[in-house]
Design a binder for this molecule. Structure first.
Ligand code: ZN
Length: 380
């Protein structure tokens, strides 16, 4: 109600340029993936790959599916590699990375192997279901997929993340007791807080709530633990606890359930259409149609991106509000936000449409403004 507001933060040309480049990189990756799927289908290359897989599979359908997925994974990786390399370079150009080229190559290799293992298991199951239940395959596949999502959410912090990063339980007694106090006030308990050794690879700071049930935990990057005051770390912890208290991981899975239900239904429609009208596949279980199924999901997630990001920003605001209510005052929250923006070279004031389409978090300027207005209302 009085006009004296904090000055509107401005972004450095460096931050603007870095984020613009990252955005274009994301768009280029998406366009390249889309083009690859379309070419595979339209030029009939998917069919050629299927024939090649069959001819080397000793008449085994399951083995042919595996070979086909493997070839597709290799092709996708080769196509994506130049942009991946560019992305690695970009982080170095802006002094945001600590990762050596050798470690990056090792990560790429591990990522590729994890992808092949997961993709081949999922695709084998998918075509097993399509063959056994050609009429209701999409419904059964959807239920199975949900099971996988829940399992992955549970396993990710203990199986998946440690493939790429080291984690250890937080040793800092003072921080631990602060967290216990935060939890007690909220009438909840987070089972663990882990130190995430991010500094081996990045100069950026980060924190997250991960896992489900027994694996539920807050992970705090060492880059954050080392450079932020105890009050600032508490503010970050309070935000993550807000995600926990508001059940954001489970709600996210719920949204994914709705989206993939529609996705599998649409995929079934597209497969039937391609059989009846285009005659490019022989049967429903012709796994050369896999790029079509992937295409449906890629297009769907692209179209839904603004809605999914809006949902995510809503959750972030909720977690922020939870933090305001549970820390002594908002100034460590505000200073941690500004530090994070600086350290991660984030744009504090992205343009409206960029925020609307691309950002899963409200801009730093908005989060700081929300904190200040909350504090004005609740101090008065
Ligand atoms: Zn958050």
């Amino acid at each position: 109600m009085n006009a004296s507001s904090t000055p509107v933060p401005t972004d450095t040309p460096e931050a603007r340029k870095y984020n613009r480049t990252r955005r274009w990189l994301g768009i280029a990756e998406f366009a390249l993936g889309l083009a690859m799927l379309i070419v595979l289908l339209a030029a009939g290359w998917s069919g050629s790959l299927r024939d090649l897989a069959y001819s080397t599979s000793f008449q085994s359908y399951a083995f042919a599916v595996f070979l086909y997925v493997l070839m597709l994974a290799v092709i996708s990786k080769v196509v994506a590699l130049p942009l991946d390399w560019y992305s690695f370079h970009l982080e170095h150009r802006y002094q945001l990375s600590n990762q050596k080229a050798r470690s990056w190559i090792w990560d790429e290799l591990k990522g590729f192997l994890v992808t092949v293992v997961f993709a081949s298991i999922l695709v084998e199951l998918l075509y097993f279901v399509i063959r056994r239940f050609p009429q209701y395959w999409w419904l059964i596949a959807w239920i199975g997929f949900l099971g996988v999502v829940v399992l992955l959410a549970q396993l990710a912090p203990v199986v998946l993340f440690p493939i790429f990063y080291k984690f250890e339980p937080l040793q800092d007694e003072e921080l631990k007791s602060r967290l216990v106090r935060l939890g007690e006030r909220a009438g909840t308990r987070v089972r663990g807080v882990y130190k995430w050794h991010l500094s081996e690879k990045s100069k950026k700071a980060n924190a997250a709530l991960t896992g489900l049930g027994h694996t539920r935990r807050v992970i705090l990057a060492d880059t954050l633990l080392e450079n932020y005051s105890a009050d600032e770390i508490e503010a970050v912890l309070a935000h993550e606890l807000g995600h926990h208290v508001h059940n954001h991981i489970l709600k996210g899975i719920g949204i994914q359930a709705a989206v993939t239900f529609f996705g599998f239904w649409t995929a079934n429609w597209a497969l039937q259409y391609s059989l009846d009208r285009w005659h490019i596949f022989e049967t429903l279980s012709d796994f050369a149609n896999l790029p079509l199924i992937v295409l449906i999901f890629v297009l769907l997630s692209f179209l839904l991106m603004p809605a999914l990001n809006a949902f995510s920003r809503f959750n972030e605001r909720q977690a922020d509000r939870y933090a305001f209510e549970n820390i002594a005052n908002i100034s460590p929250f505000v200073s941690s936000m500004n530090k994070l923006a600086e350290q991660n070279l984030a744009e504090k004031t992205p343009s409206k449409w960029v925020e609307w389409w691309f950002h899963s978090h409200p801009s730093i300027a908005r989060r700081v403004a929300a904190a200040e207005s909350w504090s004005r209302v609740n101090a008065g």
